[in-house]
Write a protein that binds this ligand. Structure first.
Ligand code: E4P
Length: 214
């Protein structure tokens, strides 16, 4: 499973990249707004740090506006993946991008039928939001299982990108279900490495190492 980092914070991206764990980056307007910087400037810098798919979202909602933004984003860097919303207009733009060879990430997916449409439109990635489904008392990981099954049934090449990840159990379940990618906030990446028995075991090894004759 590929690990993307779900942030627009350049320090987090640099630190996670230094860990050697990051295959790509996802951004969205809410994440970029937190930086107080222009979307284009942030994405350009991310492209210099990470050599992998970088999702940059369109801000328009009509087909023509989205296509104009998709063309602008595609010119920024070869690794740009244009993020489009899962609406009828967004799906139409996804289909056109697919024909033009522009990579796409269809975002705000909350149902298996939506994921089916995105695959039929030729999306490179589909982003089901598991945490936001959990928030309304639905099990987000059930949706991942359904999408993985449907995509396997018909050999769709669209990659399942698990988004809205809130904790390490989302990541473990995504891997067990065979998702292609998990986009993970920095805090959760750190949590993945933590285990109290690792900490206790290391403390004991350090203590015992002091008894070894030098
Ligand atoms: C990533 O592509 C999504 O925009 C992101 O994972 C959404 O996460 P949130 O539900 O925590 O805002």
């Amino acid at each position: 499973m590929k690990f993307f980092i779900d942030t627009a914070d350049l320090t987090e991206i640099r630190d996670a990249t230094a860990m050697g764990l990051i295959d790509g980056v996802t951004t969205n307007p809410s994440l970029v707004a937190r930086t107080g910087r222009k979307y284009l400037d942030v994405v350009r810098e991310i492209c210099e740090i990470v050599d992998g798919p970088i999702s940059a979202e369109v801000l328009g909602t009509d087909y023509d506006g989205m296509m104009a933004e998709a063309h602008d984003w595609a010119k920024v860097h070869k690794n740009i993946v244009v993020k489009l919303p899962l609406t009828l207009e967004g799906l139409r733009a996804t289909k056109t991008c697919s024909k033009e060879g522009i990579a796409t990430n269809v975002t705000l997916c909350f149902s298996v039928n939506q994921a089916l449409l995105a695959a039929k439109a030729g999306a490179s990635f589909i982003s089901p939001f598991v945490g936001r489904l959990d928030d309304i008392s639905e099990d987000g990981m059930n949706l991942i299982q359904d999408i993985v099954t449907v995509y396997q049934n018909y050999d769709f090449r669209t990659q399942v990108l698990v988004a809205s990840v809130r904790h390490p159990i989302h990541v473990a379940k995504a891997a067990l279900l065979g998702a292609d990618v998990c986009t993970i906030p920095y805090k959760v990446i750190e949590q993945l490495a933590k285990h109290p028995l690792t900490d206790a075991g290391l403390a004991k090894f350090i203590e015992d190492s002091k008894k070894i004759p030098r």
